[in-house]
Design a protein. Structure first.
Length: 211
């Protein structure tokens, strides 16, 4: 019994050390801060025990892809396309990311409901498969967006009103359709999938709660 307990505890310590040595990069492309705030929430979840060695960067920062085991990319949408800097990043690093576990979250006002999230997700899965066929994403999801009308000039405010109509949003004022529970759940699922041993992952959580 003592040997079994010791062995289990050793495995827990081993997995904790491996997780802490596993380097994860979260990069985001955010025009008005909406995507940044989502990236920060994901960062906070992955930083809680059992945690990874995780870094949060803007997409235009200096990045050495080879230093990371996994990459989470966050981007908002403009004219039904990922922002140009996001597309440039995927094109520039597509070969280096072949050996990485990568995930993508898309921020769009159209993803303001379950059906809207599914529509946006499926649309971009098809687009990415066509544009970057070599990249294999372990997860692609879509989250609702946020618009603060006070931050927009009159021209942008008028454009956004057309987006509201297209997204079936019954408002012409500021909107925040992000589902923070859904965002947190997705981050936690990534954490489980990146853990070497999912059973050990659950044991780690019980072990940490017990002490």
């Amino acid at each position: 019994m003592f040997v079994n307990i010791f062995s289990k505890n050793y495995n827990i310590i081993f997995d904790l050390r491996v997780m802490q040595n596993r380097k994860i990069l979260i990069i985001y492309n955010s025009g008005y801060g909406t995507t940044r705030e989502i990236a920060e929430r994901i960062y906070n979840i992955l930083s809680v025990e059992p945690r990874f060695n995780i870094h949060l960067k803007k997409i235009n920062d200096d990045i050495e892809i080879n230093n990371y085991d996994g990459i989470i990319i966050g981007s908002s949408v403009r004219a039904d396309q990922l922002l140009a800097n996001t597309r440039d990043f995927l094109s520039l690093y597509k070969e280096k990311m072949l050996s990485k576990k990568i995930a993508l979250f898309i921020v769009s006002l159209k993803a303001n409901s379950s059906s809207g999230q599914k529509e946006v997700r499926e649309k971009f899965i098809n687009k990415l498969s066509s544009q970057f066929p070599s990249l294999k994403f372990m997860s692609i999801t879509a989250f609702g967006g946020k618009i603060d009308m006070k931050k927009l000039n009159p021209v942008m405010q008028n454009l956004i009103k057309h987006v509201f109509v297209d997204a079936n949003i019954q408002s012409f004022g500021s909107v925040d359709s992000r589902d923070w529970d859904k965002i947190s759940k997705w981050a936690f699922e990534l954490k489980k999938n990146w853990c070497i041993n999912k059973v050990i992952f659950l044991i780690i959580q019980i072990f940490l709660l017990a002490f």
